[in-house]
Design a protein around this ligand. Structure first.
Ligand code: ZN
Length: 302
């Protein structure tokens, strides 16, 4: 695994003019030092840069960032090789687009539709956490285009009819499919989209070493939610880096091909479990050339 840091170089247009002139000179000289002088444009005050963590350029930039505001570290991302992904027995599965909006959003903002239609989930009246799905989702199915997968604003996984059928015939385990309807004519004809409902629930993650932050708990409905730890400090700089997910080794006795975590993530009203897939499901998705998702290894511990 390698790590890539996302820096930005630049100066604030809110600074006094003399300070801006000074910082402009420093940014130009820094770009020259990195052999990037052709990117400099006196009209442009912001330069994003991707740098490998541990490289000489990284060391130089992180040092300057400690002393000056012209270098800013936004986030660090792990980049996994194909071998690492193919070696992982389990992977965290996530989606890379949000083309389908949301049942609530669509019904609320498409004029005249929201009246008298109850939400598709029963929510806690206090924290608004979704507690139970009570009807099929209604969305603007046209937003899907030719995509096979999209998530909604509330992190539901929506599949094309093509992918839903392929999955049903695949022999993969741990899920059911639920129709998703066109909000303009729900429950009519054949559904064009399906919701992937992951049914196999894993035991809790191994924590430590999995680290969480921003844990929330509602005393009324008992729902808890959190984020995987992502806030870090490098000297005086705060930056974003997601940390890894760990399970005890014996989790493999309890896994299907699609699994959801016992933990919910995100703020309570949009909290949802993560989806964890098997190596078999990972390879199947790649072999079928399904696009619109990514996967990161889960780590197993004694
Ligand atoms: Zn609640």
């Amino acid at each position: 695994m390698k790590k890539v840091a996302f820096f930005s170089l630049g100066w604030s247009l809110a600074s006094p003019p003399e300070a801006q002139e000074n910082e402009k000179v420093q940014v130009a000289s820094l770009l020259r030092e990195m052999g990037l002088e052709n990117r400099y444009n006196p009209e442009k005050n912001w330069y994003p840069l991707q740098v490998r963590v541990g490289s000489e350029v990284f060391d130089m930039l992180i040092k300057i960032a400690q002393e000056s505001d012209i270098v800013h570290l936004g986030r660090i991302e792990q980049v996994h090789s194909l071998e690492e992904l193919e070696d992982a027995p389990l992977l965290v599965w996530s989606f890379t687009n949000q083309a389908i909006e949301d049942d609530y959003y669509t019904l609320h903002f498409k004029k005249g539709q929201a009246k008298g239609i109850a939400p598709y989930t029963r929510n806690c009246e206090v924290c608004r956490a979704p507690l139970e799905q009570v009807r099929d989702m209604w969305v603007d199915v046209r937003k899907m285009g030719r995509r096979d997968i999209s998530m909604t604003y509330t992190f539901e996984a929506i599949l094309s009819a093509r992918l839903a059928q392929m999955l049903q015939e695949s022999g993969l385990t741990g899920f059911t499919l639920r129709p998703v309807w066109d909000y303009r004519k729900p429950y009519q004809g054949e559904p064009r989209l399906f919701q992937l409902v992951v049914t196999n629930v894993l035991p809790p993650m191994a924590s430590p070493p999995t680290e969480f932050e921003r844990e929330r708990h509602c005393e009324i409905c008992g729902t808890g939610s959190r984020f995987i730890k992502h806030t870090h400090w490098w000297g005086r700089i705060q930056y974003y880096e997601e940390t890894n997910v760990y399970y005890p080794n014996d989790v493999l006795e309890k896994t299907a091909d699609f699994n959801r975590t016992a933990e919910r993530f995100g703020d309570l009203p949009v909290s949802a479990p993560y989806v964890i897939i098997s190596q078999r499901a990972y390879r199947w998705l790649r072999e079928q050339n399904v696009k619109g998702w990514k996967a990161e290894p889960v780590y197993l511990v004694e």
